[in-house]
Design a protein around this ligand. Structure first.
Ligand SMILES: *Cc1c(COP(=O)(O)O)cnc(C)c1O
Length: 844
């Protein structure tokens, strides 16, 4: 276990002179009156939320200013985390906790007659990501700030984030996410830091004054990027980093040229087309969408971000020669990979460096995180589409590829197979750009996100790169932030742990080891179970109030929340539930461990099979929950609209965490870590970070089932026949036949046929092959849950051994092995505005 940087970086909470209770109470009233323009007569809960949020923002402003000024003047490197998605969750509660203000605000709110919990719940979270990838970026921003690493997260300010999901008649319905409608008190628009972004057009070459040939891009249209900054406070440190999200606008709101010649609508159309770029997040998780608008989004935010970095660099340096000493740029998956040719273009065409200099700086600046092995997730742009939007970048990519393949040919003379395999251009079909290859060639370091994933990168998808550059691919297993996923989401368990071992675990998660002896303490186990029980009461109240559903809080809570995807195998979970139902129907007096099965997750709107799985879960729920033979022992609840906010509720109530993807498909997973950190025991396959979780918590405290990666490979190589499993397993056949009979679809035989046909004829994720092992393992888990003291021991040991899975450990590793940066504590130059005001310099 590696030590985290945080041990050295924890320091006392920043002194804050303005968190006196009476001043807070005045500040709420002031914000309501002057910012919201409201009095007691017209005030709404949103007004209260805005007032409280603005009060918090004021109280971190001095930290934010000191941090950003120090970053401009600092001599250390600035980490720039480029990500098309960020899923930070609601800011208010997290900010109160990280700034160390929670108690003062709770008291001030109470004394003002405000309900702080209701105010916290009023916030509409920024859903600017699909799931795990965007959430990881948010956990990393929290850890970067907490470890006092100067960092900026760069992304897109989607006007509409991830859609809101409702369940209507068992089906998913999508509603647009109007997260900005009631105002966003956290962001500050920086209108003076706009950037221009070109699209389309053509390229030219010319000879400059010194007689050298240069190239330039003449775009057909230009769009403006406007940054909106959100502060990211570290936990009880002075560092407040920045999340800078770009919004697209037309250069001028009306093109007077067009207006004068009478083309009023043409001018407005151009404005609308510019604004469209950041209008909406593509809701496809793990699925490449070859849409032009998607490429426009990617290029747009990357171009703005790189120009912003160059602006900052040139603020204190006269040349770009040492850019890489000041910036470390991380490419989160291939979505921002166009940064590599864009940075080359900026250096070559706009800053007039030569190719060798430019390439040297580029490859010392960028690093790339690979997040997936699934073929359908690989970004591959048709050359024609890419070239029509970014003609100069295509030329640069050709040159990068040409020089790279020369190097490959030198190393492997005569081996044209390896040249074809490594090429950035895929010529096997219609020519396309392999963005992963571009990212690999242009980066200093490539990392996978869990040990097994990195191993598969090295041995399969990037095997030829690994052979060429054996040092370049490294592993950094993902982590989650204990601030959000314990302090915010599970305050009761956090409090119990604080009472037992103090607070050091919050920034050094390995300290949780000190809970181990308490697993043998009966009074502690009782207190531990009480926390889980009280958390269950919260979600039961939520289910009752929102969905008129009753949950038995004494039952085993068996939870699978994550995007709905065939590779994640929600349908395997469902086949187990139907099997339990069949057993109960066959033997109504069966002594079954009562179970509440909770599902949650969104399906991509165009993913038919995933939507059918949601319908099937709800169809099974309707039958099981209403049958007097089963409803007291088996309950199925689909928790709608899984996001960070519902995650706060659901991870802490789980007894059993479902991590049942087909081995080799889930790169890491992070939901698995949130569950275990809140005391759930995992039932899971040997996939992603599950393997490392099991290593840490011990095999006795983990329910492992299913095929391993080599067994999956072997079964697929010898010809997998799913129907054989159906024919030879009576319970499996009964479960599938019951769906087919129309039992869950009011007699409709056809409704779920596509799901069943797919399973019986193709079953690409080997659901039927893993069914028996899964069902038997579930039986062990259920038996084990009845031995309450033993189960509680397992739960405590899971938490005690989760130290490795803090995002603080991941970030410490990135800092050491990839970015080579050290913590940079912020001194407070600006504490507060002095009594006599500030004398500002005269601007000419
Ligand atoms: C953690 C998280 C995920 C990722 O979950 P996995 O189980 O790792 O797929 C997705 N969505 C939300 C809202 C999350 O908080």
């Amino acid at each position: 276990m590696e030590p985290t940087l945080s041990a050295t970086s924890v320091q006392a909470a920043p002194t804050n002179h303005s968190c006196d209770i009476n001043k807070l109470k005045r500040a709420f009233a002031y914000k309501l009156f002057y910012q919201q323009g409201k009095t007691v007569l017209s005030v709404s809960l949103n007004d209260y939320y805005q007032a409280v949020a603005l009060t918090v923002r004021d109280r971190m402003q001095h930290l934010f200013i000191n941090s950003t000024e120090a970053q401009l003047e600092k001599e250390s490197r600035l980490v720039c985390y480029l990500s098309a998605e960020f899923l930070p969750g609601p800011h208010l509660c997290n900010s109160l906790i990280n700034l160390g203000f929670f108690n003062e605000f709770a008291i001030a709110a109470r004394e003002t007659g405000l309900d702080l919990k209701a105010i916290i719940d009023q916030e509409k979270e920024p859903g600017l990501g699909n799931g795990g990838l965007g959430r990881l970026a948010a956990c990393y921003l929290d850890s970067l700030a907490t470890q006092q690493i100067p960092a900026i997260g760069y992304g897109i300010r989607y006007e509409f984030g991830m859609f809101d999901q409702e369940i209507v008649n068992g089906w998913q319905k999508e509603f647009s996410d109007r997260w900005l409608q009631l105002g966003n008190p956290w962001e500050v628009k920086k209108a003076d830091l706009v950037q221009e972004v070109g699209f389309g057009g053509c390229t030219e070459s010319y000879v400059n004054g010194q007689g050298n040939r240069h190239h330039r891009w003449v775009p057909a249209r230009v769009v403006i990027g406007i940054p909106y900054d959100t502060p990211i406070p570290g936990y009880k440190v002075n560092t407040v980093n920045t999340l800078r999200l770009w919004s697209a606008e037309a250069p001028k709101s009306f093109d007077f040229q067009d207006f004068n010649v009478g083309d009023y609508f043409g001018a407005v159309a151009e404005k609308i087309s510019a604004e469209n770029i950041t209008k909406v997040l593509y809701p496809n998780d793990e699925q490449f969408q070859g849409k032009k608008l998607r490429l426009e989004q990617q290029y747009f935010f990357v171009c703005c971000s790189l120009k912003d970095m160059i602006r900052m660099h040139l603020f204190c340096h006269d040349s770009l020669d040492n850019f890489h000493d000041n910036f470390a740029v991380q490419i989160n998956d291939t979505h921002p990979a166009v940064a590599i040719p864009e940075f080359m273009r900026l250096l070559l065409d706009e800053h007039c460096l030569n190719w060798e200099e430019a390439w040297d700086i580029t490859t010392r600046t960028f690093s790339y995180t690979n997040h997936t092995l699934l073929p359908e997730s690989q970004d591959k742009w048709p050359l024609s589409l890419f070239g029509s939007l970014l003609p100069r970048h295509l030329e640069i990519i050709f040159e990068i590829n040409h020089r790279f393949l020369d190097q490959v040919r030198l190393r492997y003379p005569g081996d044209e197979t390896i040249v074809r395999n490594l090429s950035i251009i895929d010529e096997s079909g219609p020519r396309s750009l392999r963005m992963a290859h571009l990212a690999c060639v242009g980066s200093q370091t490539i990392n996978g996100v869990a040990a097994v994933h990195t191993h598969l990168l090295k041995t399969s998808s990037l095997a030829d790169f690994h052979r060429l550059w054996p040092q370049k691919i490294i592993n950094i297993t993902n982590g989650v932030t204990p601030r959000r996923w314990m302090l915010v989401s599970n305050p009761r368990l956090s409090q119990l742990i604080n009472e037992a071992i103090g607070e050091a675990w919050i920034t050094d998660l390995t300290q949780l080891r000190r809970l181990e002896p308490l697993a043998d303490d009966a009074a502690f186990r009782t207190a531990w179970r009480r926390v889980k029980q009280e958390n269950k009461e919260d979600i039961a109240a939520f289910a009752r109030d929102r969905h008129r559903v009753t949950l038995d809080i004494n039952a085993l809570f068996d939870v699978q929340v994550k995007r709905i995807h065939e590779y994640k195998r929600q349908h395997l979970n469902l086949l187990h539930i139907i099997t339990l139902y069949n057993r109960l129907k066959a033997n109504p007096t069966l002594d079954l461990t009562p179970r509440v099965c909770i599902f949650g997750g969104k399906a991509a709107p165009g993913y038919f099979m995933a939507k059918l799985i949601i319908k099937c879960i709800n169809a099974v729920a309707e039958v099981v929950n209403n049958d007097p033979d089963t409803r007291d022992r088996l309950h199925v609840y689909f928790l709608p609209n899984h996001n960070v906010q519902t995650g706060h509720l659901v991870y802490p109530v789980s007894d059993l965490s479902e991590q049942i993807s087909l081995a080799g498909k889930e790169a890491s997973g992070t939901g698995n870590m949130k569950f275990a950190l809140s005391g759930a025991v995992t039932i899971g396959t040997a996939d992603g970070a599950n393997i490392e979780i099991r290593e840490e918590v011990g095999e006795d405290n983990f329910f492992l089932f299913g095929l391993s990666v080599p067994e999956v490979e072997q079964l697929q190589a010898t010809g997998y026949r799913p129907a054989d499993y159906y024919l030879s397993d009576d319970e499996l056949r009964a479960a599938i036949d019951l769906i087919r009979s129309g039992h869950f679809s009011h007699g409709d035989h056809d409704l779920f046929q596509p799901l069943l046909t797919n399973l019986l004829e193709h079953d690409p994720y080997l659901v039927l092959a893993d069914y028996r092992s899964y069902v038997d393992c579930q039986q062990q888990a259920a038996d084990s849950y009845r031995k309450r003291e033993q189960w509680t021991r397992m739960s405590i040991l899971n938490v005690a051994r989760m130290g490795k899975f803090s995002s603080d450990r991941s970030i410490a590793q990135y800092c050491r092995e990839v970015w080579r940066v050290k913590p940079f504590p912020i001194e407070l130059k600006w504490q507060r505005i002095p009594e006599g005001g500030i004398v500002f310099p005269r601007l000419s």
